[in-house]
Design a protein around this ligand. Structure first.
Ligand SMILES: [Zn+2]
Length: 63
């Protein structure tokens, strides 16, 4: 594989990582996350906090 092709692929993969939605079990950092299913907000006030399942609907996907 040529060097330029590898570079393009790397950029594509890292962009996916950045835009991936946070979900239960991840540590996305401080901030307020909104459940994609019911709209419930969950606030993390420490970068070591793990996203819990949604307290309202038990959902695991946030945005
Ligand atoms: Zn929810």
């Amino acid at each position: 594989m040529r060097k330029e092709q590898r570079c393009l692929m790397y950029n594509f993969v890292s962009r996916l990582e950045v835009t991936k939605m946070p979900s239960t079990g991840q540590k996305p950092g401080k901030g307020t996350y909104t459940c994609t299913s019911c709209g419930q907000s969950v606030t993390l006030d420490d970068h070591t906090d793990t996203l819990p399942p949604c307290p309202k609907c038990n959902g695991t996907e946030y945005r």
